[in-house]
Design a protein around this ligand. Sequence first.
Ligand SMILES: Nc1ncnc2c1ncn2[C@@H]1O[C@H](COP(=O)(O)OP(=O)(O)OP(=O)(O)O)[C@@H](O)[C@H]1O
Ligand SMILES: [Mg+2]
Length: 360
Amino acid sequence: MLNTDSLLKSSIATKAVETEGSAFVAQHYNNWKLGLPWETVLPSPKQMPAIIAVGGGKGGVGKSIVSANLAATIAQYGYRVLVIDMDLGCSNLHSHFGVAMPKKTLADFVLTQRLGFRELMQPASIPGVAFIAGGKEESWSEYMEQSSDHLLPLWQAIVASKQQSKVDVVLLDLGAGTQRHTMDFFSAAHLGVITVLPEPTSIENAYVFFKMALWKLIENLGRRYHQPEVAQDIKAALSTMVGSSLSSGYTACFRELALSYPQFMQDLTRTMQARCHGILVNQARDQSDIDLGLSMEHVCQKYFGFPSKSVGYLNYDEAVLKSLKNRRLLVSEFPHSMIAKRLSVAAAQSLKILGIQRRS
Ligand SMILES: Nc1ncnc2c1ncn2[C@@H]1O[C@H](COP(=O)(O)OP(=O)(O)OP(=O)(O)O)[C@@H](O)[C@H]1O
Ligand SMILES: [Mg+2]
């Protein structure tokens, strides 16, 4: 039996439902009462905003550029898009929209609960796009590492934004690294896009990111079933099995583990199949860089067992720096550049994965 009473009574969670709630949030509240922004199978993007999380594990790989400009491109396809800077420590999404750090930031909602979620939304210079700035809050990471409770109101507000603010798509610009809250939101999204540079350290970090995403789902299931020790066993077994036969990957080990933990492994597989990972190569300079996306797609499907899909690549382009210096959004400043075209392809591919038709 799940012991969810204490979290149900959590004042933070209750306040969030009252202030940001909607019929849909209330209806699905049971699914979130574990305090985790996560469900085995997410409601479809028809009921809540389609959520795209942009991560990568490494700093400076282009997560914010991708988030801001994908948002603008998706809006051009006829959708209302909200981009959220999920890095409350070193946030810089606002710079990509060409504005100074706004006074109202996500920290005011998550940490001090001083402001409601809707008060934070700033209209961007592009029609159909709003963004929420992060902050320069040093204690953010500490807070988030201590407890998942802080995540619940934020997740609920994001979900409720479909009905409350008519948001169709939410883009989460995740911070660097694989901290707990980063992996929570990555795992909670319908589509998790991993941004990778064609260089060994970035590729290595991207694979670590994939592994941490798998670990996160295993740990969440362990918590859901109150079987953290089973989750530990499975992680340890996967590490040992893969270590003994590097070519087989995790999926080959799943069958063996299913003999000992049939329900757990069945649910884990279902959870993984309900999400998709996109791979976006940034700063590509030649064909071998471009090809990296497809080879990573293949490795991730075979090795980790996640449905994975390359969403394309962005070429290295001086226009990126120029637009930042001019304090203008890249696709507004250089709408006919090669990189704007590549962003358009990545946006179309992302919508296709999400099963969303272009409106224009
Ligand atoms: N396609 C590109 N062409 C040229 N330069 C690029 C490209 N992509 C990123 N850059 C450079 O990399 C820098 C970092 O990009 P960005 O801020 O989007 O990374 P990030 O992953 O969000 O970083 P952080 O982890 O610090 O949040 C940019 O300021 C820009 O100078
Ligand atoms: Mg960034």
